[in-house]
Write a protein that binds this ligand. Structure first.
Ligand code: ARG
Length: 457
């Protein structure tokens, strides 16, 4: 019999029970459900709504149930309606009438809203730690490669010279923003819905400040209707997670390119790549392709949450039970991806010669050639035109700017002298890009130092 069976004359249909039940996916919140119930029972006792003795028994009983679940002694009943009903029923099985007092002045509506906040707060902390670690790994790679010249791209066409460190630090910036977004999300969701009741609060003189502080929240939520019907925090988190996935996915795309024979900028460790069942030569970057693919899943989760909420009248509606599978999937997916991505990045080999060789082709010093003339007094537009003409000549003759004879340069303008070769050497081009945020080793060192400071804060 369901705990709510009072006004019903029949047992629930078996198919409907299975359809309605959420224990298959909300059982993972058992610890947080118990944590919330312990705070609630403590408050009920302190406020004199139940006796101190009953409060003590409830707290003890809840602790025992937690232990029994964790030791495997107590298994979840798959026919239970949800984790909240399961734990309350178990408490009543063990402590009879005292167990039945737990739900005084509470509803599953504020209970589930509470559990999910508590659960996600822990998940955010874990994800935060993982993204933090990822930033450290990328900074470590950057520190080793401040002099590793590679082509920077626009339109996937070689554009201007950068370094591998500069490229890594771009991703560090993205993940630092993600850390900020995780913090924002955690901060805004750290308010307590408990005490909102079903929707309209309660006639009991409860102490919402007490439960909020026992559970580590900044404050109780201000409005009981909002308390039970707000899922903004799920959506914000799913949005933050979608951005993390988008960053991982772009990064993955580059790793996939860099592993190809066309680039061969990096080599993945054998433990982080896979082979083909038919082509013996293959070494595939499956991890990164899966991450790119799983990004779609997390976007789907965000879309599920947004769409689920858009037509719901206040306050609680059962539609909201669908929040869990979506946000759990997003959380699980991000953790899985970051966890795999970190050691893959830690173990890859950077092929600096291939990066350097690619940088030497594609005329990525053409801007520097123009800048050379500008520094000798020519207006940039004229210099740009001369550099472009020289590039066209080199392409036609199968040469590079580095191998074009000085006499050819001087046919364009006698501002060109022997020092042009030094000015357009890749090393000079990278070292000269000293502007703040740029790829010169000094500029990247500043980026690294600032990022480290941010990570320590
Ligand atoms: N399992 C439910 C959920 O996840 C708990 C809340 C049920 N509330 C209700 N009024 N039926 O949303």
């Amino acid at each position: 019999m369901a705990l709510w069976a009072g006004r019903f004359s029949k047992e629930i249909d078996e198919t409907v029970n299975a359809f309605n039940s959420s224990i298959a996916f909300d059982a993972r919140m058992y610890k947080h459900d118990i944590q919330g119930s312990i705070a609630h029972a403590t408050m009920l006792g302190q406020c004199g709504i139940i006796t101190e003795e009953d409060s003590r028994i409830l707290v003890k009983g809840l602790g025992e149930i937690l232990e029994d679940i964790e030791s495997g002694k107590l298994e979840f009943d798959p026919t239970a309606e949800d984790i909240h009903m399961f734990i309350e029923a178990e408490l009543t099985k063990r402590y009879g009438d005292v167990g039945k007092r737990l739900h005084t002045s509470r509803s599953r509506n504020d209970q589930v809203a509470l559990d999910l906040r508590l659960y996600l707060r822990d998940e955010i902390a874990e994800i935060r730690g993982m993204v933090h670690k990822l930033c450290q790994v990328l900074i470590g790679l950057a520190e080793k490669h401040t002099e590793t010249v590679m082509p920077g791209y626009t339109h996937l066409q070689r554009a201007q010279p950068i370094t591998f460190a500069h490229h890594m630090m771009a991703y560090v910036q993205m993940f630092l923003r993600d850390l900020g977004r995780l913090d924002d999300t955690a901060k805004r969701m750290n308010v307590c819905p408990l005490g909102s009741g079903a929707l309209a609060g309660t006639t009991y003189h409860i102490d919402r400040e007490l439960t909020a502080s026992l559970l580590g929240f900044d404050a109780p939520m201000s409005n009981s209707l909002d308390g039970v019907s707000d899922r903004d925090y799920c959506i914000e988190l799913a949005n933050t997670l979608s951005l993390i996935m988008m960053h991982l996915s772009r990064f993955s795309k580059e790793v996939i390119l860099w592993c190809s024979w066309e680039f061969k900028f990096i080599e993945l460790d054998d433990a982080y790549a896979t082979g083909s069942s038919i082509m013996p030569q293959k070494k595939n970057p499956d991890i990164t392709e899966l991450i790119r693919g799983k990004t779609a899943r997390v976007y789907g989760d965000l879309n599920t949450l947004l769409t689920m909420m858009k037509g719901l009248p206040l306050a609680y509606n059962k539609d909201m039970q669908e929040d869990k599978e979506a946000i759990f999937d997003a959380v699980d997916t991000v953790k899985l991806c970051v966890k795999t991505f970190i050691p893959m990045m830690e173990t890859l080999t950077v092929n600096a010669e291939n990066m350097r060789a690619a940088a030497a082709k594609g005329f990525i010093n053409a801007t520097d050639c123009a800048d050379y003339l500008v520094k000798k007094g020519m207006p940039f537009r004229d210099a740009y035109k001369i550099s472009g003409t020289l590039v066209a000549q080199c392409i036609a003759e199968g040469r590079t700017l580095e191998t074009l004879p000085l006499s050819e340069y001087q046919k364009m303008t006698d501002l060109f002298t022997e020092d042009v070769y030094e000015a357009i050497s890749l090393e000079t081009c990278v070292r000269g890009r000293v502007s703040q945020g740029g790829p010169s080793p000094e500029a990247v060192a500043v980026q690294i130092a600032l990022a480290k400071q941010q990570l320590e804060a």
